[in-house]
Design a protein around this ligand. Structure first.
Ligand code: IVH
Length: 668
């Protein structure tokens, strides 16, 4: 193979990867499996390692750089980034629409869009290449955050047409990511973030792009600087053109002709907002036609052609009855207010986090107090204010525990930390939390071992560490409340079955600080076994794409403890799987696989394989398995009694493979 040939192959592979990412992140309709993407990504990585001179900034391997930023350069915006005037009720919207109609000639249409609770950013593309991303700053001067914006997978590194344009939009943190991040911060005794906007802003101001990437931001684009090379005529046209360029826009928008339609859209958004995966705080109403926009112009701060309708803050009033202190997996003790049930932002709420003692002291919340609640990031119920005027004379100040509510060990508060911690590693509450995590779905997935069972196992001293689960006997399980022989047998088989799973589940189940399911999978894929992970150096760990320094440091710290190593040794003696069962990166030399990038349909009954089993085998080898035969199908695998799919394949002249040939190619 000539060098030129390999280089052009590389470019094609990069294009293919970027196309996979576009379908996955922008269109939300994947055309490749994770395994296919990963396999191709690794091929690209390997070629680039051999030929660093061929690396281009558009390669997906270049999204996250290794360099820490020294600080943020100032960027002055070629065209100011304005903010928006606010409307708080229907009357405000009506007077905005009337004002617009009076000032411009002809009928006016309005583009109504969700107002995303994130951070405004500007993305500059030169000849189709993403060259700079900046924050809004004060509207005139922002900060260069290109390195961090490059980590957002839905921001294309190159546009689908090589034009020069500056587009603008909102970078945001999805609700579930925000909720997870804050739960984790509570668990680790860190100060929680107030809302997704602060979370997004914090992520984009990270000095280390790897840390920014871990915050899993996303983006919706909604604006652009019109120039000679980019000439949309209206907001609707702008969306259309941005989509054609491969930029992600929010489909929940509507072009409205009348006031009534605008109001109806606002109601629709209001009803749907709690179901959306991103947090919004209102609806932006924009004059659609750009000529009309230009005629209206700007005030000092905001355009006259747009307004932001803000939803009324969703706040509920209730009374605090009790405060519960719970001990988490890491020993951090967190307070939760238990209140009279109240309806708030789509659900009935009875419990709200009080985070930590600083939070309690600042609020000065007491038992019997009437409080205002809201939902941070539209998910996490939080007490925001105490109505002291309503405080009953007999209100009781909260007593901050000095000892663990479970094991009575004296609690500690480290210097500069807001968290109270139980430092007893044998604390039953910590053990219950750890075990619940160990058996959870993404970890060892041991069904039937609910919290009630685990609490009893710990209480009766039958189980202390997760390894003890594998030595439980039927008689021991039968001593538990309401456990009969049949369910005990089921638990034992579920425990036994969990032994054979691939090691990433065990690794995640250990509950190593900062190690989520994805990080565990990455380590397992890269190193192939627990032993190699335990002995990996910090450099080897942080070299894994997607694994930041925080995670790798934490893994090193965990395995530097003798108790951790002893635990792994026990798992090994008990016959728990300690190696990766998927295809490891080193083993996955997919380049030579005859199945790579082939679209395959399986039809009829096969003797040796179940359908889903064969599908998994082929996907591991780089194939894409689909269910219907079309011109795009490369191979049809036909078993016994294959019907119409086989006929169609024959008509289309597609390669047909019988089971014997299939076995032969798989053995190759
Ligand atoms: S248009 C000149 N559209 O809201 C027009 N802004 O309160 C400028 N925002 O700074 C903005 N979603 O950060 C626009 N669909 C949307 C938006 C949106 C969220 C933010 C943006 C802006 C702020 C103004």
């Amino acid at each position: 193979m000539t060098k030129e040939y390999i280089q052009s192959e590389l470019q094609q592979m990069i294009q293919q990867l970027n196309d996979y990412a576009y379908h996955y992140y922008v269109l939300d309709s994947p055309i490749a499996t994770d395994a296919q993407y990963d396999a191709l990504y690794r091929q690209v990585e390997r070629i680039e390692q051999q030929h660093p001179e061929w690396i281009t900034p558009e390669s997906p391997t270049q999204r996250v750089g290794d360099q820490l930023l020294a600080g943020f350069q100032k960027v002055s915006h070629a065209q100011a980034m304005y903010s928006l005037g606010n409307a708080f009720n229907e009357a405000d919207i009506e007077s905005f629409i009337d004002r617009v109609n009076k000032s411009v000639a002809g009928p006016v249409q309005f583009m109504c869009e969700c107002k995303i609770d994130g951070l405004a950013v500007a993305l500059t593309y030169e000849n189709g290449r993403f060259i700079r991303g900046a924050t809004r700053g004060d509207g005139t001067i922002g900060e260069d955050i290109t390195h961090n914006l490059r980590t957002i997978p839905s921001i294309p590194l190159s546009l689908r047409q090589a034009i020069s344009v500056e587009v603008r939009g909102e970078a945001y943190m999805p609700k579930d990511v925000f909720a997870q991040l804050n739960a984790q911060r509570d668990e680790q005794g860190e100060v929680p973030l107030a809302n997704p906007r602060n979370a997004a802003a914090g992520a984009l101001r990270q000095i280390n792009p790897k840390a920014a990437k871990e915050r899993k931001l996303n983006i919706f684009l909604y604006g652009a600087v019109v120039s000679d090379s980019f000439t949309p005529k209206s907001q609707a046209d702008l969306f259309y053109q941005m989509q054609a360029l491969g930029l992600r826009t929010n489909p929940f928008r509507r072009l409205c002709d009348t006031k009534a339609e605008v109001i109806e859209f606002i109601h629709e958004v209001g009803n749907a907002r709690h179901e959306l995966p991103y947090d919004i705080d209102g609806v932006v109403i924009k004059v659609n036609n750009f000529q009309q926009q230009n005629a209206l112009g700007f005030t000092l701060k905001a355009p006259r052609w747009a307004i932001a309708y803000k939803f009324p803050a969703e706040v509920a009033t209730t009374v605090v009855k009790q405060v519960e202190w719970t001990v988490g997996r890491t020993g951090v003790v967190t307070p939760t207010a238990v209140m009279d049930p109240v309806f708030l932002a789509g659900t009935t709420v009875q419990r709200a986090t009080l985070h930590n003692i600083d939070f309690i002291e600042k609020l000065d919340v007491r038992l019997g107090d009437t409080v205002h609640l809201h939902k941070a990031g539209d998910i996490i119920p939080e007490v925001i204010e105490v109505l002291t005027a309503k405080r009953p004379a007999e209100s009781i100040p909260l007593s901050i525990p000095t000892h663990c509510p479970q094991c009575q060990t004296e609690l500690e508060q480290a210097d500069g930390e807001v968290a109270l911690r139980c430092v007893n590693p044998l604390c039953p509450a910590q053990q219950v939390a750890q075990l619940s995590h160990f058996v959870s779905r993404d970890a060892m997935n041991i069904v039937g071992l609910g919290k009630r069972i685990i609490e009893q196992l710990v209480q009766k001293d039958l189980v202390q560490t997760p390894a003890d689960l594998y030595e439980l006997t039927l008689d021991e399980l039968l001593t538990l409340d309401k456990v009969k022989e049949k369910s005990a047998q089921k638990m034992l088989s579920a425990i036994e079955a969990s032994k054979t799973q691939s090691v990433e589940r065990l690794l995640f189940g250990l509950g190593i600080r900062h190690v989520g399911a994805k990080a565990a999978r990455l380590m397992a894929e890269t190193f192939g076994s627990m032993e190699r992970i335990m002995n990996a150096t910090q450099e080897e760990l942080s070299a894994i794409e997607g694994l930041g320094t925080i995670i790798s440091q934490s893994v090193i710290r965990y395995f530097s403890q003798l108790t951790s190593r002893a635990l792994i040794e026990r798992f090994s003696q008990l016959g728990v799987q300690l190696s990766y069962q998927g295809v490891t990166i080193e083993a996955a030399d997919l380049a030579d696989s005859p199945w790579l990038n082939k679209t395959v349909v399986i039809t009829g009954t096969l003797e040796q394989f179940g359908r889903s089993e064969l599908k998994a085998i082929l996907e591991q080898r780089g194939a894409k398995v689909t269910s219907s035969v079309s011109k795009k199908t490369d191979i049809v695998i036909a078993g016994e009694a294959a019907g119409s799919k086989l006929t169609k394949a024959e008509e289309l002249g597609i390669d047909i493979m019988d089971e014997v040939t299939l076995m032969q190619t798989l053995e190759q």
